[in-house]
Design a protein around this ligand. Sequence first.
Ligand SMILES: Cc1cc2nc3c(=O)[nH]c(=O)nc-3n(C[C@H](O)[C@H](O)[C@H](O)COP(=O)(O)OP(=O)(O)OC[C@H]3O[C@@H](n4cnc5c(N)ncnc54)[C@H](O)[C@@H]3O)c2cc1C
Length: 553
Amino acid sequence: MGARRDATAFAGRAAMTPSGAPPQLVWFKRDLRVHDHAPLAQAAGHGPVLALYVYEPSVLRAPQSDACHLGYVNDCLAALRAALARRGCPLLVLEGECPEVLEGLRRVHGFRTLWSHEETGLEVTWARDRRVAAWCRAQGVAWHELPQNGVVRRLRQRDGWARRWEARMAAPQVPAPPRIAAPAGLGTPDEVAARHPLRDAASLGVAGGPRPAAERGGEPRAQALLDSFLHERGLDYRRAMASPLDGAQACSRLSAALAWGAISLRTVFQAAEQRRAELREAVAEGRPVDPRWPAALQSFGARLRWHCHFMQKLEDEPRIEFEPFSRACEGLRDAAPDAARLQAWCAGHTGYPMVDACMRALHAGAWINFRMRAMLVSFAAYHLWLDWRHFAAWLARQFIDFEPGIHYSQVQMQSGTTGINTVRIYSPARQALDQDPDGVFIRRWVPELAAVPLAHLAEPHTMPAALQRHCGVHIGRDYPAPIVDHASAYRAAHERFAALRRTALARAEAERVQQRHGSRRSGLPPTPRPRRRRSGAPDPGTQGSLWPEENPS
Ligand SMILES: Cc1cc2nc3c(=O)[nH]c(=O)nc-3n(C[C@H](O)[C@H](O)[C@H](O)COP(=O)(O)OP(=O)(O)OC[C@H]3O[C@@H](n4cnc5c(N)ncnc54)[C@H](O)[C@@H]3O)c2cc1C
């Protein structure tokens, strides 16, 4: 499975036609907005627009799909429908597989031009795109697929990638068309909405139950999140981002909006740059500026670069959905999962309160901060020695912001299978002490431990029997004993990786992976070690050891 190529390359070219000619079909996928949406703007400039979203069974029933994703998408579709309707254009929402849905529309509406964004998705959507491209070729439909972020299709090598990213982010945003003509005979936006209502998970056969605490979607909501982050919530971003409690407020919470395209990365980047410029101006004029703001915005900007940097890996090497980056890591862990361990981890019953609290918080809200995601995966991969393929799809379902390129890259990075990153094994007890020093988070999500004294909350199994009796929490009865011993699991994992690193295949693979995916930063060694803090935990700014804080080229 090589790099993705331009699925549209052979799709044929229909003549650009003035308004009144066959409609231009705009296929919305993970780009559910009207602002900074180049395919929509281009299409609207060429003629009446047939705006389409498709509920695709093969995608919705993929093992990574969850009702929380659909709920978010439906919020976005409702907002998109309203925004298009204000401009005079209905949104068709159909169910079926592409290209069959497209063929049905072509027969009725005779469109000859298809507009969409490029998608860096799972194999299921990439295979679908190949089928659509073949159909376009056969029907003489011109498919214009435009980039929607900093991911570069058909990238030959990583040198210069950062410059391209900067150029794309600096390009002017595409204004939403003020009016969008619709094909004659389609009906009013309200009539079309009544004919094609949004569908819920049960009716579409999508797995997963309701998550009342999950983020709500839609373009206006995304814009509001951006504003509140840049002007209020983000002040303490650098300090708070590692905490599951404070991070929920101080992080931007824009990941779902970016993943489903309710806002463009360029809009976010330019708003952050604008805010940075305002702060610089204030400083220059001698007005008071809290020094935490510039630092926060600098770290935020780095993460926007990481967003595409990680997606680019899946774009370049789609096999990482199924195989380790480093082929030397194949067979490192058992082919069949230890079902009891996997089940305990998924359910939040490992006997490690910080792991269990994070997992249960994730079940409820479909979001948790980066550090805790990394700890969860580290625990599954190192302590429980589970192969990432046994839990990556399940974990994708838990994240409302599931973005395939980031997810698979991160899951592998935190499992040690990239072959180039430092093996980083988080101590759940240390994370509890550092990130939840008052035990508020653990007590909230693991209520069976509410009566455990703070001194023992991170490791309740260390309570003497008399104390267990006194507080009424019996380890092994009311809360599980630790599923594995941290110290010995930690040692065993390090030894296995040290042995692996000494093999010729591991060294050759490290070289190959570095060439293909590593950051480029002249003067730096290929795998800079993360800065360590006193606590032994990596600095929040260096989570991607290959991707230095402010320059993930
Ligand atoms: C195992 C694992 C799986 C992950 N899966 C996803 C995923 O499916 N989708 C996703 O968007 N993020 C994922 N992340 C990265 C990160 O945890 C989330 O982007 C972040 O927690 C989202 O919260 P936020 O929007 O408040 O982030 P902020 O800290 O406000 O960051 C702003 C934006 O930068 C991007 N970003 C931040 N951190 C990272 C990172 N480490 N790598 C790449 N981009 C980043 C995101 O788009 C994010 O919305 C994963 C991390 C791990 C360890």
